[in-house]
Design a protein around this ligand. Structure first.
Ligand code: DGY
Length: 414
């Protein structure tokens, strides 16, 4: 118990240390700004010991919301030359300097958890946040649907930057004219842990394209070579819609449109089922081609309230075979790499979302086992950005906000 208390103290201290005044950075150095979904998870972590601070985290995030409802993936509150690409590269015109893309919209789900910690105290805060969260949901429904599934327009949007899901689409892109630029990420952490130059050239190429099109969604839809319907965006949007529906009802709002959206998104989920692969997969909207990948995002089905026995069988299998599940890539895949970011490593944040979903859907045993394995991983290897799924070795950045928040809100409980 003592060591668990110590870990809880450490986790709280990480959130406090990464607090830059109203928002939390994912980790000092590597990610020196406010990232959208990291911040939502930070709020969930803060809610375990400082509910007021949890609300502030979410409120600061929505201060960066664009007039059309979009909530950017990074808010550049204060310029930091240690990060590339910074605000001058993105050239966006929101209320706070920002990137021009989104991230998995888990803020509504995390806001609901924060609210549940103290409904009375959070009533006014939730009342003010709800229309903003709804506007973002409407933006996604307006601009990102393909056959009901939610598309990503940049690998960074999913958070799963270099997942093999994007390999085929990226291989078709020409980035020979991307020009000179200096990466900053590899100055902070081991380059073996990070995406390759081939990938980075294409990330930057897509930023250049968005900038040229002034981040106009219609123009990007027409011109961008990168448009992939993906499990991360689809499952998190569906889950957020369910949470918005519940919150809206509790606030006495008309939620009929959200109910209709939930039906559309549920239909979209079925378009991500790759029968041959036997898993939820990503599909390139332009080519119609499957990525052929079972990633940790494929297991977010339960988080979205979607049952799937084949995925449950797969999960049980991977939990038996891999000491520290859930790996971000199928261990049998040719693309599997134990260290390289989203091509194999285990991410505590995704584990939490999977585990919360499993519990909601009545898979108590698997939920508990996953929480326990994640707790062991953190207890043995620290609050790292991500971990080698076989050795448990820490990788990427350290003292990581969302890993600390996962400990506080989920893995380290009980
Ligand atoms: C990065 O800079 O590596 C981030 O993942 C972009 O969101």
């Amino acid at each position: 118990m003592t060591s668990e208390n110590t870990l809880t103290d450490q986790a709280q201290q990480i959130l406090i240390d990464n607090d830059r005044g109203g928002y939390t950075v994912p980790t000092a150095g590597l990610y020196p700004y406010q990232w959208n979904w990291d911040s939502a998870v930070a709020a969930f972590g803060f809610a375990q010991f400082d509910v007021e601070r949890a609300w502030v985290e979410l409120e600061t995030l929505f201060q960066g919301q664009w007039a059309d409802g979009m909530v950017p993936h990074i808010l550049f509150h204060k310029n930091d030359p240690g990060y590339f690409p910074g605000p001058d590269v993105w050239a966006c015109e929101g209320p706070i300097p920002s990137s021009g893309i989104i991230q998995p919209p888990i803020a509504a789900t995390m806001a609901r958890f924060v609210w549940e910690q103290d409904r009375e105290m959070g009533q006014t805060r939730m009342g003010a946040l709800y229309p903003k969260m709804l506007a973002w949901h409407n933006w996604i429904m307006r601009w990102r649907l393909h056959m009901g599934a939610v598309c990503t327009t940049h690998p960074w949007e999913t958070g799963r930057d270099n997942a093999p899901d994007w390999d085929k689409t990226m291989a078709r892109m020409d980035a020979s004219d991307v020009g000179e630029y200096t990466r900053r990420d590899t100055a902070h952490v081991n380059s073996e842990d990070r995406p390759t130059k081939f990938d980075y050239d294409r990330y930057i190429k897509l930023v250049q394209l968005g900038r040229r099109l002034k981040w106009d969604q219609a123009a990007m839809m027409a011109e961008s070579p990168f448009r992939v319907a993906d499990p991360t965006m689809t499952f998190t949007t569906l889950r957020a819609a369910r949470d918005l529906h519940a919150v809206g009802e509790a606030l006495g709002k008309d939620v009929s449109q959200i109910a209709a959206d939930i039906k559309r998104l549920e239909a979209g989920v079925s378009t991500l089922w790759n029968k041959e692969l036997g898993g939820f997969d990503s599909r390139d909207v332009h080519s119609g081609e499957w990525a052929g990948c079972v990633s940790n995002a494929s297991y977010l089905c339960w988080f979205a309230g979607v049952e799937n026995p084949a995925m449950l069988a797969r999960l049980r299998d991977v939990m038996e075979r891999v000491p520290y599940p859930v790996p971000s890539n199928d261990p049998d895949a040719e693309t599997f790499d134990v260290r390289r970011y989203w091509r194999g490593p285990t991410w505590a944040i995704v584990n939490m979302l999977i585990g919360l979903g499993l519990k909601d859907m009545g898979h108590e045993k698997e939920a508990q086992a996953l929480a326990k394995k994640t707790a062991d991983l953190i207890a043995e290897h620290g609050f790292a950005e991500y971990f080698d799924p076989f050795s448990g070795d820490a990788a990427g950045g350290g003292s990581f906000t969302w890993t600390a928040a996962v400990w506080l809100a989920w893995a380290g409980r009980d």
